[in-house]
Design a protein around this ligand. Structure first.
Ligand code: GTP
Length: 321
């Protein structure tokens, strides 16, 4: 079986991090975001198609250097074709029934169970659904006995027909291509509203779901994963003098000295954290240097950045020029 991951977006909301890394390769608790998605696929998925555009070279390089245990096919769009256009662009690689996943969602969805659901219900497609308090920033569905009856893209809160949102994983039958026009197409806006009479079914799930498109959500995803088994302090880490660790953190081969770390902190290899530094809800990427007396909260310090003495960095993504 094969699956398609939509991974061609520009990731503008994660700039300046996405100025040097495409969003799928941004690290999340020790592996790139896209690997969390690939690893969540059932075993029977032996090939994964990545629809890419922005920074294709970096993605190619990653998959050349890392064997991920499945065949990876990168298909490039000269210009981003939108979610629907990207699916149509790779139609020649897809089976009669195929999985499509949004490339920046981290969630506890059981795709094998969703496949069973899809086979039982029939229809042109199935969509994963997640419940939120305020659905106004999402695609909202109205369902009757699991059949999707209405689809609203980003409705006003008071006009939303339910709290169930499109969670970004689909299973489609090949017939879907008859309803995707050529060119730049948004599947959410231009296709879903038109195919409801062909049978679209909604698969609800529990656990966790985060769209990692923004800094705050990225850090939330990190928190969830740290609380689900990813927390660890490497035996190669050097913790010198009085390092105080609070809550769940992942610390790789870094050097920490007399500082306060946590909760929800991820520190990569070759990071140096100096005395009297406090870090919480943050990511310190490879080779960054945090000088004495600084405080970092809700932030991503990118590869090789230096946070100078006594700085206060809050809710920020820093990156080298
Ligand atoms: P922002 O610029 O911050 O909005 O991020 P984005 O460009 O990634 O857009 P968005 O978060 O809405 O995209 C959701 C998912 O669809 C991401 O996994 C994107 O990589 C993917 N995506 C969005 N547009 C395209 C496109 O034109 N082509 C492809 N292949 N993927 C896309």
């Amino acid at each position: 079986m094969n699956a398609l991951i939509l991974a061609g977006g520009l990731g503008t909301r994660l700039r300046p991090l996405t100025n040097y890394l495409p969003k799928p390769l941004i690290p999340l608790v020790g592996k790139p975001l896209v690997m969390h998605i690939i690893d969540s696929l059932p075993k029977e998925v032996d090939s994964v198609i990545l629809a890419v555009s922005y920074m294709r070279d970096k993605l190619e390089e990653y998959f050349k250097e890392n064997d991920v245990g499945r065949t990876i096919i990168l298909v490039s769009e000269e210009e981003p074709l939108g979610t629907g256009g990207a699916i149509k662009n790779v139609s020649r690689y897809l089976d009669d029934t195929f999985i499509v996943m949004n490339g920046d969602v981290v969630c506890s969805l059981d795709i094998s169970d969703m496949l069973k659901f899809h086979k039982t219900h029939g229809g042109i497609g199935s969509m994963s659904l997640w419940t939120v308090d305020d659905p106004s920033a999402f695609g909202v569905v109205g369902c009757k006995d699991s059949k999707i009856m209405t689809f609203q893209e980003k409705p006003k809160r008071e006009e939303a027909l339910s709290n169930l949102i499109n969670a970004g994983t689909y299973i489609f039958e090949k017939e879907i291509f008859d309803y995707i026009p050529d060119g730049v197409v948004s599947i959410e806006k231009q296709v879903f509203p038109k195919i409801l009479d062909k049978g679209m079914y909604g698969y609800e799930f529990n656990g966790y779901w985060v769209d990692c498109g923004t800094r705050a959500n990225y850090i939330t995803a990190q928190k969830i994963l740290l609380n689900n088994g990813y927390a660890h302090v490497s035996t190669d880490a050097i913790l010198e003098d009085n390092v105080k660790l609070t809550g769940q953190n992942l610390i790789k081969r870094a050097h920490l000295r007399n500082c306060n770390i946590g909760p929800n902190v991820y520190i990569e290899d070759d990071v140096l954290v100096s005395s009297n530094v406090t870090v919480s809800n943050s990511m310190l990427l490879r080779g960054s240097l945090i000088e004495e007396g600084s405080t970092i909260e809700g932030s991503v310090i990118s590869q090789g950045c230096i946070v100078t003495k006594n700085s206060v960095v809050t809710d920020t993504i820093s990156a080298k020029d």
